[in-house]
Design a binder for this molecule. Structure first.
Ligand code: GDP
Length: 532
């Protein structure tokens, strides 16, 4: 028997991990599940992936490329809290998917490779978190390898991200000389023992740093250095302030080695203690602005991801619904804000780390998978009354634009439908130039085109060709209607519409965009668009 929706929501921690490829996101995910008691041995996440992959054609790309295309969700109960870990694909090309997943997260763990610091993809993802006001916890990984000076790493966080780093721990050495870390909040030293990742009992218990016992782990020089550094950090840096963290100005910093299962329990403890439970969400109800509180009795949520089901013979989709309020129970009827049609959610899926299970009930912060036949779209709001609508999910200006043609000209109409379907799902973006009959598709990365071609062939029996497009960049237009209309009328040959018929300027180069932007200062040329 569970308690009230408000109390249940309060014990939810829904978070995602952001990082540059290879920083250790997969390894950290596994080890967090291990620390949370959700799995017994490391390697289980991949193993589960393997069996899933063999089930589906759609996942062939994943297998061939050795990357994870589809984001999943892992739920585990630990220490009286329910953790929902949103797994974001790490490959550079799939960042748009990752961005959308972040809209469903209440906090993010930023994993940095201790030898590399902030890398390009980290920065990009961080910007999205900032756009969404998502508080960020920093985990400096791979301390078991030769690392950069931790002070330099913190400087980088502060200068590149304009975020105040507040270390809660301080490492003693790195690489071959990594000895452990000091918990700055209670002066306990946590010794590091070189053990394998499967042996999580491997590290000795924390001991008082002040006493003599610590000399078994640190020689006098190392101890003195750690003492000095700890003093410097405490005196020079700002102390950790939860409010400042929640407002996105400060990040608590943890150190460790995901691979050696060191510092991971401390990180999980930090997520439990500091990451926020679900917040009230701005929404509109029958057109009026309102807030939906996690404890509200009406069940509501929004779809942040739609994934083709594993069976290519069926048009099944799983829509990932992030719940925002109420007590969801299995069999409940929910209505989408746009169609008003009620759907019975008889077979919702909860993604427990060990296995999938049917969800009996779920609360704000939880993510449930709803199997459907393509009715639900990314960005849809669902609620019992069907009157709630949550602010949209952003689209990102594509970095690659291609003209798409179907090999069999008789299937042109069919192509239009298929492209619209994929655009609605958020797989790629679709632009129709105002002049001419081309279809221009846009993606953030090259791989999205491969996924698209694969799905067009398998699900719609369409063989397509992607050709170079005369356009290089797309920008959504903003500003007063009169100014925008004036601009559109003067630039018809470079104008297109997106799937929602919003005007998009298709530039031949970023130089051209800069040039027109300078000449039309009243029009905004935007890189992101909130899906209505
Ligand atoms: P992802 O691309 O961010 O998911 O990174 P992975 O988790 O796949 O890790 C990339 C590589 O770094 C793998 O070879 C891992 O074994 C290795 N790795 C991850 N964490 C650590 C760590 O703490 N220490 C060391 N030495 N290697 C690590």
């Amino acid at each position: 028997m569970s308690s009230s929706p408000a109390a249940e929501a309060a014990r939810r921690r829904t978070f995602a991990i952001i990082s540059h490829p290879d920083a250790g996101k997969t390894t950290l995910t596994e080890n967090l599940l291990l620390a949370g008691g959700a799995i017994r041995a490391a390697g289980a996440v991949r193993a589960r992936g393997q069996t899933r992959r063999t089930q589906s054609d759609w996942m062939k790309i994943e297998r061939e490329r050795g990357i994870s295309v589809s984001a999943s969700v892992m739920t585990f109960d630990h220490d009286g809290l329910m953790f929902n870990l949103l797994d974001t694909p790490g490959h550079e090309d799939f960042s748009e998917d990752t961005y959308r997943t972040l809209t469903a997260a209440d906090a993010a763990i930023m994993v940095l490779d201790a030898a590399k610091g902030i890398e390009p993809q980290t920065l990009k993802l961080f910007e999205v978190c900032r756009l969404r006001d998502i508080p960020i916890i920093t985990f400096i990984n791979k301390m078991d390898r030769e690392a950069q000076d931790p002070f330099e790493l913190l400087d980088e966080v502060s200068s590149k991200l304009a975020l105040d780093p507040a270390p809660l721990f301080w490492p003693a050495g790195s690489g071959g000389r990594f000895k452990g870390m000091l918990d700055l909040r209670n002066d306990k030293f946590i010794p590091y023992a070189k053990k394998s990742s499967t042996d999580d009992e491997g590290h000795p218990d924390p001991i008082a740093f002040k006493g003599n016992a610590v000399v078994q782990y640190l020689d006098p020089e190392e101890k003195a250095e750690l003492e000095d550094n700890a003093m410097l950090v405490t005196e020079a840096g700002k102390p950790f302030d939860v409010q400042s963290f929640l407002e996105g100005h400060m990040t608590p910093v943890f150190f460790g080695s995901a691979l050696r299962h060191f510092g991971v329990s401390e990180l999980l403890g930090g997520i439990g203690a500091y990451a926020p439970p679900p917040k009230p969400m701005p929404a509109s109800k029958n057109g009026a602005e309102t807030h939906v509180a996690p404890g509200d009795s009406e069940v509501s949520g929004f779809v942040f991801k739609v994934q083709a089901n594993m069976d290519p013979n069926h048009r099944d989709r799983i829509a990932f619904l992030r719940l925002t309020s109420g007590r969801f129970t299995r069999g409940m009827k929910l209505k989408a804000q746009n169609t008003g049609k009620a759907m019975s959610v008889n077979a919702p899926i909860m993604f427990f780390a060990s296995d999938r299970e049917l969800a009996e009930d779920a609360f704000a912060g939880d993510v449930i998978g709803i199997p459907n036949h393509g009715v639900l779209r990314v960005g849809d709001s669902l609620s019992e009354t069907g009157t709630l609508r949550f602010a949209g999910l952003p689209n990102f200006a594509p970095e690659i634009l291609r003209r798409v043609r179907v090999k069999d000209p008789l299937k042109a109409k069919h192509l239009k439908k298929a492209l619209e379907g994929l655009a609605e799902e958020g797989v790629t973006q679709l632009f129709r130039p105002m002049i001419g009959s081309d279809f221009i598709v846009g993606a953030v990365g090259q791989l999205q085109f491969e996924v698209m071609a694969d799905r067009l062939a398998n699900e719609y029996q369409l063989e397509v060709i992607f050709e170079a497009s005369p356009y290089a960049e797309a920008r959504w237009l903003g500003g007063d209607r009169v100014d925008v209309e004036d601009f559109v009328n003067k630039h018809k040959s470079a104008m297109g519409q997106d799937i929602d018929e919003a005007p998009v300027f298709l530039g031949k180069s970023s130089w051209e965009i800069g040039y027109v932007a300078e000449r039309y200062p009243k029009v905004r040329f935007e890189r992101t668009k909130e899906r209505a």
